[in-house]
Design a binder for this molecule. Structure first.
Ligand code: NAG
Ligand code: NAG
Ligand code: NAG
Ligand code: NAG
Length: 226
């Protein structure tokens, strides 16, 4: 029997900064701040539970709760994205004006709906998403920073050309107890790709998402933002 409890997914380091060359911010933007906030799902609708995610792996009711919440969140990503202004994007082929990138659940690996987002196992997933800011254009860390985790440094080094242009995120347990009880994190995909930016509010736009798989939680664990 495993009881897995998570407190707030971590976002230690959102490795992106603002482009200084952008024209002045609108009032709306300055209220949000210079960088978009990073949010995660699923979150319990019961506010007293805060951002805690917990389930008992031997009790299907507690699993289904999170699966259902994730289902709702990912609904637009599960719908067919064909025709209209949808295009397949990659780093060498960004969308044209008024086109949007197909952003499907198929890039979610072990965080795929068919795998119950990992909630039917000891490696559940949470989904990260950046808030939209009109016109926001990230600067990318295309070479590793000293304080990035080794795995990420390696990942960046081995990307080719345009593929280095991603907003990298990394997660950590908040304390030693967590670190002992979590094997690590897998990211599906590893970053938010450059071709989603700048956001100009085209019709049908879907924000990129990252499924973070929290690998083999052995017991109660928590993660948070430092
Ligand atoms: C998990 O659920 C099982 C039965 O479904 C129950 O026996 C057990 O006590 C529960 N564990 C916790 C920690 O709530
Ligand atoms: C499973 O969890 C639900 C919700 O917490 C609870 O109402 C139910 O009694 C639990 N079932 C078992 C078999 O423990
Ligand atoms: C959840 O996992 C259990 C044990 O691995 C399996 O028997 C069950 O079919 C799975 N349920 C779903 C809905 O995938
Ligand atoms: C996680 O647990 C599964 C099942 O117990 C095991 O097969 C797998 O090797 C583990 N992964 C890691 C990274 O420890």
């Amino acid at each position: 029997m495993v009881l897995a409890a998570l407190f707030a997914i971590c976002m230690q380091g959102l490795f992106a900064t603002l482009d200084d060359n952008q024209p002045t911010w609108t009032m709306e933007n300055s209220l949000i701040g210079v960088n978009p906030g990073l949010g995660f799902r699923p979150i319990s609708p019961r506010t007293e539970e805060g951002s805690l995610i917990w389930y008992n792996i031997t009790n299907q009711t507690t699993i289904n709760k999170w699966v259902k919440l994730a289902d709702e969140f990912l609904k637009p990503y599960k719908e067919p994205q064909t025709g209209e202004n949808f295009v397949n994007c990659n780093f060498d082929k960004p969308p044209g004006p008024n086109q949007v990138c197909i952003t499907s659940v198929n890039q979610l690996g072990n965080c795929h709906p068919s795998k119950k987002y990992g909630f039917n196992s000891s490696s559940p997933c949470v989904f990260l998403k950046l808030n939209r800011i009109y016109g926001w254009k990230p600067d990318f860390y295309t070479t590793p920073l000293e304080d990035m985790p080794d795995g990420l440094k390696q990942h960046i080094k081995t990307r080719q050309g345009e593929e280095k242009k991603q907003i990298w995120v990394t997660c950590n347990g908040i304390n030693d107890f967590d670190k002992e009880n979590i094997r690590g994190f897998n990211y599906h995909p590893r970053g938010f790709a450059s071709y989603y930016y700048p956001y100009k509010n085209p019709k049908n736009y879907l924000s990129p998402i990252i499924g973070v798989e929290i690998v083999n939680i052995t017991h109660k664990s928590s993660e948070s933002v430092p």
